[in-house]
Write a protein of this length. Structure first.
Length: 64
């Protein structure tokens, strides 16, 4: 089963929050929804999704 458009651009989406409590509009679900809409708008095929819940970007210690 092949792709209809071999030249279609692909992308991954990455959502992240650094704390358990976030300002409205920055939740993981809101970020995912916005990123999926943007990918569709640009004609990209999303081939993977990654999420970083509650990990600070300040330090990589203890992160997977």
């Amino acid at each position: 089963m092949g792709s209809k458009n071999k030249n279609q651009k692909t992308c991954y989406i990455y959502t992240r929050v650094s704390t358990a409590i976030q300002i409205d509009g920055y939740s993981l679900d809101a970020q995912r929804d916005r990123l999926l809409k943007e990918a569709k708008h640009r004609g990209y095929k999303v081939i993977g999704e990654y999420s970083d819940e509650g990990h600070s970007g300040k330090n990589i210690k203890g992160r997977p």
